[in-house]
Ligand binder design. Structure first.
Ligand code: ADP
Ligand code: MG
Ligand code: MG
Length: 892
């Protein structure tokens, strides 16, 4: 039996999206549940996959297409190419996941010099028929034949100009009749062949074009950015036309069952009377809000509203619906789970649970953790004085500042130089995606809430303002003018996607608040997840923020900032230098003594801020030269002093410093004298830190808190190291408890960041009560990559060329580094079954990595405070998925 490659709409279902694509599967579902969908059929994604190899359609597929077409003709009572009652169709692409960037839809296919006359006669509307014809030639020529649209637009403009018209709508049948031959001449000029008149030939060319478009550069970029597998393929939908452009009793529009920006339960959308297809989305005319339809076509509005409600209940999710009204009759042309802002996704998920439509597990899986990050980021300070240039439509929330850039390639180039850019365009198209990806925000002068820029930005979770008509963009000159002011490429502007404001200069921002719905969702996440979520926090302020975001402990408190690293405490840097430059052990101890007092204070405050949650403190990790001045700067200083004939003492001090800096300099600091190696060679440094930790803990416990510090030794690779350091830690603990007259629990553990530690984890676990995977270093040491060099030199190419599926510093390399983690867990548990296992590298905040850590059975992940809600959600998703929950039927 031959494989079924073509499905009539009534033969499919929503759960066949892998085979029929999202659009095809949902058209089928709507047909089956009895909604008014113009009939049609879908050619499967399997055919697309085959096409990528063979570049042709097999005879079996062709036969099935002809058969489906015949059935369609029968159903419609019309015939393809018929000179009295011609069938017209649309050809629409549709992959299993929604994918802008592929072939644009072709409408009105089947028109030619003969059928256009028949259509005019059959409808009694000559203008409509000829307008449809010229649109068809234009779309087909552009999409299938690759002829730039400007060739057609200029002809249209020329005719309008000739008659003194400003709008397309003013053109009449007689004008289109003159325009069509000119269009056809363009085609002949470009292709050397006349425009195809045979509808079947048109159809085949269009089907080929859809399959070809799967591999066009736009689609490839989109798939890469959105991690869509190249092997999915697209389906092709062939559907009888419904005409929204047959007069004032016809219309076309887009609507949502809830507000896609806020998630509010309200009927939301836009439509245009007497218009076709993409007119609404393309932003050619400014559409009316959907509420307006209630006045112009009350019966249609009522029917549409009811169908939308029905679809939402059916799919149990907010729906994005395309419809067309042909002479008062409503047709449904598409439905899908609507794209929404992160804020809306949370509100909708929580509301749907409250309405009894979905479970908590499902709600958790509905919200993308990565996108949630955006709403946790700062918004414009309400007290700030703003230099508002103009206001457009608030299309995607969040505030962003950056330099204005007017084309996507420039955006990529400037962002590559480390600049923050705001992309400013009249409107965007799939050709602009790469520019949008690198931009902080997007600003357009045209288009509505359902324009390309708005939809794509919301999907990316980027701030976006659209339809800001006050700005006049000059793409050639790379500038825009607004109210007599000029903003050139490179000038800093800001946009606020929550209000639609566009401002000159950079704007001050404030931290966001968690919405009540978000708190609810995170509470559910905490009920569902089994993985603990801690934060990486070095200061009491960070600790407080981490708690606010729901962290239940600190998984990594770095102590180097307390030594003055990073410029937080310049006065401490001086003491740290004293310690490093000390000639004698006494001098060193004196400096350490000063540091101990300072660190004790820091630890005390952090314990207090986090009480009663656990705090893991990592002892000094970076190489000592990081606390000293830069060698080159110092050498220049010394040379200048010599030249000036500075006093012997001043010069001598600098020379001495330079000598020391040179002595400490390393070929490869990442693999050098750092981590516990410092504590092994200079035990007094670690002893001082351990003492400061325990003294602070003793103080807290005396005051009635219950603090159980976790002392973490970094970069251990040899059991002897941890044996020595455990002993040191225990000894100091004992001394401090005696001195303070209190006892308290504490733990001694190690980071696992070199493969040797992982493969000898059974030995190490004899001494270490916990492991914390430092996955940044572990990735470096497992791959033998130095991160900066790798990311700067070749990692991007590795990912582009698919040598690696992903940057392993962003998402854990499960096969390699992940395996090392697993080995360490297995060996560690063998020695110490109750060993505590955590992660404190950046992967602790990456949803895909978190899923892996859940599956390995770690105790907790630790990440930056802003990532804590993301991690809670991702941990809950991992738990929900592990017990078989799905996001729900038909989920995008
Ligand atoms: P996209 O994937 O870009 O949304 P669509 O295939 O949905 O592309 O089509 C683009 C536009 O054409 C939409 O507005 C859609 O509603 C309209 N359209 C597609 N097929 C038909 C049809 N058979 N009759 C009327 N309008 C159609
Ligand atoms: Mg499109
Ligand atoms: Mg569509």
């Amino acid at each position: 039996m031959t494989r079924k490659s073509v499905y009539l709409f009534e033969e499919g279902r929503a759960d066949m999206r892998m085979l029929l694509g999202g659009k095809g599967a949902n058209l089928a579902e709507m047909t089956v549940i009895g909604l008014p969908v113009p009939p049609g059929f879908t050619i499967t994604t399997e055919v697309c996959r085959e096409y990528q190899q063979t570049k042709t359609l097999s005879p079996e597929v062709l036969a099935q297409i002809d058969e489906a077409l015949a059935k369609l003709e029968q159903k419609m009572g019309k015939k393809f190419g018929d000179s009295t009652n011609p069938l017209l169709v649309s050809v629409r692409s549709g992959a299993p996941v929604s994918m802008p960037g592929m072939m644009d839809t072709i409408l009105n296919l089947g028109l030619n010099d003969e059928t256009v006359e028949a259509l005019a006669k059959a409808t009694g509307n000559e203008r409509f028929a000829w307008d449809a014809y010229r649109r068809f030639i234009q779309m087909f020529s552009n999409v299938v034949l690759g002829i730039p649209l400007s060739n057609f637009e200029s002809i249209l403009e020329e005719h309008k100009h000739r008659h003194g018209f400003t709008q397309d709508i003013e053109l009449q049948a007689e004008h289109f009749k003159q325009i069509v031959p000119e269009y056809k001449a363009v085609v002949e000029k470009f292709t050397g062949k006349p425009f195809p008149m045979d509808p079947r030939e048109q159809l085949m060319a269009a089907i080929h074009a859809v399959f070809r478009s799967w591999d066009n550069p736009r689609a490839q970029v989109y798939r890469k950015v959105n991690k869509v597998p190249d092997t999915l393929g697209t389906a092709v939908n062939v559907q009888a036309m419904a005409f929204g452009n047959m007069g004032e009793d016809s219309a076309t529009g887009v609507c949502f069952t809830r507000n896609p920006n806020t998630g509010e339960k309200e009927f939301y959308g836009e439509y245009l009377p007497n218009a076709q297809g993409e007119d609404v989305v393309a932003g050619i005319r400014t559409p009316y809000p959907i509420a307006h339809l209630k006045e112009t076509m009350p019966a249609v509005y009522e029917q549409l509203y009811n169908m939308c409600e029905l679809l939402e209940s059916h799919y149990k999710d907010m729906q994005d619906i395309e419809f067309t009204v042909e002479r008062g009759k409503l047709y449904m042309l598409q439905c899908r789970n609507g794209k929404r802002t992160p804020i809306a996704s949370i509100k909708i998920a929580v509301d749907l649970v409250k309405e009894g439509k979905i479970t908590k597990d499902e709600a958790i899986l509905r919200v993308e953790p990565d996108k949630v990050v955006n709403i946790l980021h700062p918004a414009i300070d309400p007290k700030a004085k703003l230099d508002i240039l103009a206001t457009g439509l608030a299309a995607s929330p969040g505030a962003a500042s950056g330099i204005a850039v007017f084309d996507p390639d420039r955006a990529v180039a400037l962002a590559g130089e480390g600049k923050k850019v705001i992309m400013v365009r009249p409107e965007t198209s799939p050709d602009d995606i790469h520019g949008m990806v690198v931009s902080q925000g997007i600003l357009t002068s045209r288009g509505g809430m359902t324009s390309h820029a708005a939809i794509v930005s919301r999907g990316m979770g980027k701030p976006c303002v659209v339809g800001c008509e006050a700005i006049k963009i000059d793409l050639e000159a790379r500038l825009f003018t607004v109210n007599g002011r000029t903003i050139k490429e490179g000038d800093v502007i800001s946009i606020d996607g929550a209000t639609g404001n566009v401002m000159a200069g950079e704007v001050p921002v404030v931290d966001p608040e968690l919405s009540p719905e978000f708190r609810t969702l995170l509470e559910w996440a905490d009920e569902i997840k089994t993985l603990g979520v801690r934060a990486n926090a070095d200061t009491p302020k960070d600790a407080a923020l981490a708690r606010e975001f729901g962290a239940t402990g600190i998984g990594l408190c770095r102590t180097e900032h307390m030594f003055g690293q990073g410029g937080y405490h310049p006065e401490r840097m001086a003491v740290a230098r004293e310690m490093i430059l000390a000639e004698t052990k006494e001098e060193r101890l004196a400096a350490l003594e000063k540091l101990r007092v300072m660190q004790r204070e820091d630890f005390y405050e952090i314990f207090k801020a986090m009480n009663p949650y656990p705090v893991t403190i990592r002892l000094l990790d970076p190489p000592l030269h990081e606390f000293l001045p830069d060698e080159e700067d110092l050498a220049i200083e010394v040379a200048l002093l010599r030249e000036k004939g500075a006093s012997g003492e001043e010069l001598k001090a600098k020379e001495e410093l330079l000598r020391k800096v040179r002595a400490l300099s390393e070929m490869n600091p990442m693999l050098g004298f750092r981590g516990c190696r410092l504590g092994m060679i200079y035990p007094e440094i670690y002893e001082m830190q351990v003492r400061a930790i325990f003294e602070a803990a003793a103080q807290c416990n005396k005051e009635g808190m219950n603090v159980e510090p976790e002392v973490m030794h970094p970069l251990v690779g040899i059991v002897t190291e941890i044996a020595f350091l455990k002993d040191l830690t225990d000894r100091v603990a004992k001394e401090v408890m005696e001195e303070y007259g209190v006892t308290f629990k504490y733990m001694v553990g190690t980071m696992i960041e070199v493969p040797r530690a992982a493969v000898t984890a059974d030995e190490i676990a004899e001494y270490a009560q916990f492991f914390s995977f430092g996955t940044n270093d572990l990735t470096q040491t497992t791959f033998g990559f130095s991160r900066d060099d790798a990311e700067g030199k070749f990692l991007r190419q590795y990912v582009d060329q698919k040598i690696l599926p992903e940057n392993p510093f962003v998402s854990i390399d499960r096969r390699g580094v992940g395996r090392v983690v697993e080995i360490a867990c297995e060996l560690g548990r063998k020695t110490r079954p109750d060993i505590k296992l955590g992660v404190c590298g950046e992967h602790g905040g990456d949803p895909a990595s978190i899923e892996f850590f859940h599956n390995v059975g770690l105790t907790y992940v630790s990440c930056s405070p802003y990532r804590v809600p993301v991690a809670r959600l991702a941990a809950a998703q991992a738990a929900a998925k592990a017990r078989g929950a799905k996001a729900g039927a038909g989920t995008v």
